[in-house]
Design a protein around this ligand. Structure first.
Ligand code: SF4
Length: 162
């Protein structure tokens, strides 16, 4: 089963965004994350991956064009729980079709989610996964954001349906 993540310090700041406060009364900010690099089809200058050897030791592997190392891939090398959760999310979803993905994501959704940042780590790895979020029962509060770094849609903030 996939897992959502509690807000880190950076996205906790969404609590202070005036337009979001209506969704956060008694509710919290979460993120939904995937393994960095492995889920990022358009990553180029930021591409890094946490790779694991047969003994379970993880090291960072940069891509052929990396200019700035992905911070979330570095976290995945450092923290086993973070690596396992993001890897499990990607492995679980990549086997499913869009309807199954929606079911899986919603089944794991915390009851007190008010706002979710999709992808503190990771990206929309295929069209089926993109559609899973688009067709799920959420209200998008900011448009798909294009990253300056590599031009892909990397992250979205959503609000749980009221
Ligand atoms: S797209 Fe984001 S998560 Fe993926 S490698 Fe680049 S910086 Fe990391």
């Amino acid at each position: 089963m996939v897992a959502w993540s509690e807000a880190n310090a950076k996205i906790e700041a969404l609590q202070t965004v005036e337009s979001l406060t209506q969704y956060l009364e008694g509710k919290k900010v979460y993120s939904f994350d995937l393994l960095s690099g492995f889920s990022c089809p358009f990553a180029k200058e930021c591409l890094s991956k946490a790779t694991e050897n047969s003994e379970g030791k993880r090291t960072i592997k940069d891509g052929p064009h990396t200019k700035f190392r992905c911070f979330s891939a570095s976290q995945e090398v450092q923290y086993t729980g973070v690596y396992n959760r993001r890897k499990n999310n990607l492995d679980s979803l990549s086997k499913l079709d869009t309807k199954e993905m929606i079911k899986e994501i919603l089944a794991a959704m915390p009851k007190d989610v008010g706002v979710c940042r999709i992808h503190v780590a990771g990206d929309f790895f295929n069209e089926k996964y993109f559609l899973a979020w688009k067709e799920s029962r959420f209200c998008l509060v900011n448009s798909w954001r294009t990253t300056e770094r590599h031009g892909s849609v990397e992250s979205v903030t959503i609000v749980a349906e009221k």
